[in-house]
Write a protein that binds this ligand. Structure first.
Ligand code: NAP
Length: 342
């Protein structure tokens, strides 16, 4: 099939494109050309900005894709532009969403109160009642208009361009610009004697996915026509607690330190978590496994090993924000460890 990929050259995209090529598809990428030169040579390019998608309609018509894979639909307008531009060109669209659509996300961030949602979250679990989760948090226009809920609604309610939605977990692997595993690894490589975790955080379960596995799930959804009209969670089995994740990394790198779990009352005030970690954020990926036959192509152990190698070779260029991983800085951590000994 001919596949047009919108975006696709930064983190997850290149892995998806390689798998689509391996499946025998013909791929054209549409992006601004500011990232990613490392794509297979057979991939064709259309250079442009998705904010002016309709300007490129004649080029899209010339390529005549059967499936459009939108890697980067962030706003209502993004989704509507895809529908308007491709409804007479393509047969279906696959769009990348996120587990941040679930109400559980806002329970964690204390934007919603009330009962905790049961986990794992299925595709039918409640969604956030408040739209635009990042609005007001920064001046970035992206933060103002970002929301995958209206993106999904626009695409799923359009009859003349059937859609598939994939709700992704926290993705790690080579190229992860959020460096999700780095803070733990850094402490181990710095030979810290211990990593202190606040109790609720240590036991909190989040949903993760290794990039090559997530990319395979996306490629499957593109490949399988029966995916149309369906929403799928993508996540590893089982969900992992933060403490388990730290221990899994420790085992691979041979770190001899200790994971020290302390109640919130013993944390310094500036490090006490403000989120509600009684709410877990794991999603149930049964549907994509049973309907599309998805299964991980890289084991978790191998996934962690590949990620660790990459993180060591590509540490973050700028220091990660304080609290990025809810880990203490070394000075405060030393104080807690000393107080536990006395
Ligand atoms: N990483 C995670 O943990 C995670 C979790 C949940 C959901 N997701 C979702 O996963 C998706 C993929 O993320 P990714 O970073 O891996 O994406 P990606 O598809 O690998 O890279 C982003 C792409 O978008 C292109 N792009 C950006 N702005 C553009 C514009 N205005 N017009 C045309 N192209 C544009 C970039 O190329 P140029 O800059 O060259 O234009 C690049 O090709 C996103 O929808 C994200 O919300 C990610």
């Amino acid at each position: 099939m001919k596949i047009l990929v919108i975006g696709g050259t930064n983190f997850i995209g290149p892995y998806v494109i390689r798998q689509l090529i391996e499946m025998g598809h013909e791929v054209t990428v549409f992006n601004r050309g500011e990232t990613g030169t490392n794509l297979p040579t057979e991939v064709k390019r259309i250079k442009g900005d998705r904010h002016k998608l309709s300007d490129f309609k004649s080029e899209f018509e010339k390529f005549a894709p059967q499936v459009v894979l939108d890697m980067i639909p962030y706003t209502t307008k993004d989704a509507q532009d895809v529908v308007d531009t491709f409804k007479d060109i393509a047969q279906r669209v696959v769009a990348i969403s996120s587990g941040d659509v679930y109400r559980a996300r806002d329970i964690i961030w204390q934007k919603e109160t009330g009962i905790i949602d049961s986990t794992p979250l299925t595709e039918d679990s409640p969604l956030r009642s408040q739209l635009y989760p990042y609005r007001g948090l920064s001046d970035d226009p992206f933060a103002h208009d970002y929301d995958k809920i209206p993106v999904e609604q626009v695409l799923m309610s359009t009859s003349n361009l059937p859609a598939t939605i994939l709700r992704l977990p926290m993705v790690y692997g080579a190229g992860d610009y959020q460096h999700r595993l780095y803070p733990y690894l850094k402490r181990m490589d710095d030979k810290r004697p211990a990593i202190v975790l606040e109790e609720k955080i240590a036991h909190w379960q989040g949903c993760y996915g290794y990039v090559e596995n997530v990319a395979y799930a996306i490629a499957l959804a593109v490949n399988e026509e029966k995916a149309q009209g369906r929403i799928y969670n993508v996540a590893e089995l089982p969900g992992s607690t933060v403490a388990d994740l730290v221990k899994a990394i420790a085992e691979i790198v041979g770190w001899q330190g200790e994971v020290v779990i302390v109640p919130k009352t013993q944390m310094p005030n500036s490090w006490k978590s403000k989120s509600n970690f009684d709410q877990h954020w794991i999603t149930d990926s049964t549907r994509i496994r049973t309907e599309l036959g998805y299964t991980e192509i890289v084991s978790r152990d191998e996934a962690l090993k590949r990620t660790i190698t990459w993180e060591r070779e590509h540490p973050p260029e700028v220091a990660l924000e304080k609290g990025h991983s809810k880990l203490l800085d070394y000075k405060d951590e030393n104080v807690i460890l000393a107080s536990l000994k006395s």
